[in-house]
Ligand binder design. Structure first.
Ligand SMILES: *[C@@H]1O[C@H](CO)[C@@H](O)[C@H](O)[C@H]1NC(C)=O
Ligand SMILES: *[C@@H]1O[C@H](CO)[C@@H](O)[C@H](O)[C@H]1NC(C)=O
Ligand SMILES: *[C@@H]1O[C@H](CO)[C@@H](O)[C@H](O)[C@H]1NC(C)=O
Ligand SMILES: *[C@@H]1O[C@H](CO)[C@@H](O)[C@H](O)[C@H]1NC(C)=O
Ligand SMILES: *[C@@H]1O[C@H](CO)[C@@H](O)[C@H](O)[C@H]1NC(C)=O
Ligand SMILES: *[C@@H]1O[C@H](CO)[C@@H](O)[C@H](O)[C@H]1NC(C)=O
Ligand SMILES: *[C@@H]1O[C@H](CO)[C@@H](O)[C@H](O)[C@H]1NC(C)=O
Ligand SMILES: CC(=O)N[C@H]1CO[C@H](CO)[C@@H](O)[C@@H]1O
Length: 516
């Protein structure tokens, strides 16, 4: 009898110890919702209170804005407001407290939620809430649909129906380690809001599996070029110079737009784009264009062509520093993988404005951030920067797709990037980069030595505005043996499926101005 109860006791002790252990795992490691692949810059640790820069209150800025492309799983849930009074009341009473701030998800936080929740509103969403203050952003005010051709889109024929028009009022962004956590948090939100909203559309993203974590669907490490933000990043990255926080955060130092309402301070404009990627088609194009650099194998010459379209190798190593072969150690080193400007004062006679032997002017990386190509970047006050915070969506390429060199037309096999960019001024940031650099075949120009030629549009996401899908695009610079040589791209590897412009308000406004 005595022995029996002892064994029960032992088994109870063992069981309760296990249970405590299980609970511990659920609240610490299982709630870790960010990826941290080699090569990604280190995030600063959570702080209490304000950072150095005025207006950079990390307890008030929503968690997605400053951290970049690092979510394990993320759901974008687009909705319309049907009952403004009820929505406002629930926003203030229940939704507000579910919204995750920046400090909560930074390393060292004791308060990481299983599911991070952010919310943002379109212009028509603010209108629906009777918020008529002008946020002083014309692109936001008219919405993405109306001026889609300004972004190079071939009209809106390829757009997801929900993005056509101005019906979307807002978006919830839910991020977690497991889709079950996201589903259950979304169910809570829908329960709270009831019939005050209806769903327009949802898109589910996930970091790619295994060693592809942190890489977009074409296979290249993505998101490492994000600018460092003064007052937020720890300042240990040598290059490029950190940018003023006000270029991203409304009302923070460096925001040059006047007459914004005070309640918007700490907010940021969120550009959403669903960018479909045709991976088998891209792979075939690269495979069909090996370069002829002596001393490289056929495979190395093929990989070099792909890397010169992008500006980085698949590992993330920039071709400006690793011009012939991938250098995985460089790609994995966040102290070095952004430490370049395209200029090479160490090479006698090197002219950054005419020499594209190391990196083509048309390379995606150089088109989107030309660095010293336009003159040395001076840092904080530089315009035309965005913080990218997107995530891949859709499954891996199937065997059948890969064997046929063709993306399936089955909608459930669509894959690409759920593109998210934050900035304080859409016109000088996302819009400018897309319109004046990516889609501008003359940019940068003039380039000495290629007179009569153009650089071409960005081969990855650039289009000649106003043309039909798959109109031929000509690029130069890709062959390092003859940078005059042109390549014609007869199809697009990235198709815009549309999107919308949103404002991600400071958390204080969710229970304040927006709920009132
Ligand atoms: C959740 O996070 C933990 C710790 O980061 C990780 O080991 C685990 O694989 C993750 N689970 C899923 C489903 O991603
Ligand atoms: C909208 O807000 C204004 C004041 O900002 C107020 O006068 C008006 O009654 C409100 N309208 C509705 C429908 O709530
Ligand atoms: C929208 O497009 C029209 C016509 O091209 C242009 O005049 C207007 O400036 C554009 N609006 C914005 C906010 O870019
Ligand atoms: C960054 O590059 C410069 C030269 O361009 C070099 O002097 C410096 O050591 C590099 N920093 C690191 C951390 O590699
Ligand atoms: C361009 O740069 C490459 C690589 O550093 C160098 O070998 C070449 O001589 C330069 N070309 C000219 C015309 O200066
Ligand atoms: C796919 O493309 C590769 C590279 O061009 C080629 O070798 C192969 O024959 C193609 N397969 C089919 C089924 O077209
Ligand atoms: C490219 O063309 C220009 C103008 O014809 C010429 O001066 C230059 O040498 C050429 N460059 C190369 C690498 O062939
Ligand atoms: C596409 C294009 O116009 N290529 C030209 C670039 O310049 C060289 C040299 O002037 C010409 O031979 C190419 O035809």
């Amino acid at each position: 009898m005595k022995l029996f109860s002892l064994s029960i006791l032992i088994s109870l002790v063992v069981h309760s110890t296990l249970a405590a252990h299980e609970i511990k795992r659920q609240t610490s490691s299982d709630s870790d919702l960010l990826i941290n692949p080699p090569g990604f810059p280190k995030l600063p640790s959570a702080t209490t209170g304000q950072r150095i820069a005025p207006g950079l209150n990390l307890n008030d800025i929503q968690g997605d804005v400053l951290i970049g492309m690092r979510k394990k799983k993320e759901l974008f849930f687009f909705f319309s407001i049907k009952d403004a009074a009820k929505f406002k009341s629930k926003l203030g009473s229940d939704i507000h407290s579910l919204i995750t701030n920046t400090n909560q998800i930074l390393p060292g936080s004791k308060n990481i939620p299983h599911t991070a929740v952010n919310i943002a509103f379109s212009k028509t969403g603010l209108d629906a809430l009777n918020i008529t203050d002008n946020l002083q952003d014309d692109n936001f005010n008219i919405g993405q649909f109306k001026n889609a051709t300004d972004l190079g889109d071939a009209g809106t024929g390829n757009w997801v129906p929900a993005f056509k028009g101005t019906n979307i009022h807002g978006v919830f962004l839910l991020a977690a380690n497991r889709t079950q956590f996201i589903d259950s948090k979304l169910a809570d939100i829908q329960q709270i809001l009831g019939d005050s909203i209806t769903e327009n559309y949802r898109l589910s993203g996930a970091a790619r599996p295994g060693n592809e974590e942190g890489h977009e669907h074409f296979g290249y490490l993505d998101g490492v070029s994000n600018p460092a933000v003064q007052g937020f990043d720890d300042g240990t990255r040598p290059q490029p110079p950190a940018i003023a926080p006000g270029r991203f955060i409304v009302g923070a130092s460096g925001d040059t737009v006047a007459n914004r309402p005070a309640w918007a301070t700490g907010g940021s404009f969120l550009v959403f784009r669903q960018l479909q990627q045709k991976v088998p088609e891209f792979n075939k194009f690269v495979e069909d264009h090996p370069l002829n650099v002596p001393g490289l194998s056929q495979q190395e010459n093929t990989d070099l062509f792909g890397a010169r379209l992008i500006g980085r190798w698949k590992s993330g190593a920039p071709i400006d520093l690793a011009p012939l072969r991938d250098d995985p150690a460089l790609g994995a080193d966040s102290q070095r993988n952004n430490n370049f400007t395209y200029d090479h004062p160490e090479i006698p006679g090197f002219d950054v404005k005419s020499n594209q032997t190391l990196c083509p002017y048309s390379a995606h990386l150089r088109k989107t951030r030309p660095r010293a190509t336009l003159g040395a970047e001076t840092g904080p006050g530089d315009d035309h920067h965005i913080i990218r915070a997107g995530i891949p969506y859709g499954p891996e390429v199937t065997r059948a797709e890969s064997a046929s060199n063709k993306s399936s037309t089955n909608p459930s096999l669509e894959r690409g990037l759920a593109f998210v960019a934050y900035q304080s001024n859409i016109d000088t940031a996302f819009k400018f980069i897309q319109h004046s650099w990516i889609d501008n075949a003359q940019f940068p120009s003039p380039i000495a030595g290629i007179t009569g030629n153009t650089t071409g549009v960005d081969p990855i996401i650039g289009r000649n505005a106003g043309t039909v899908t798959d109109a031929p695009r000509v690029i130069t610079g890709t062959d390092p043996l003859n940078t005059n040589k042109s390549f014609t791209l007869n199809s697009e590897f990235v198709i815009s499926r549309g999107g919308e412009y949103f404002f991600s308000p400071p958390i204080s406004a969710l229970s304040g101005k927006l709920a009132a």
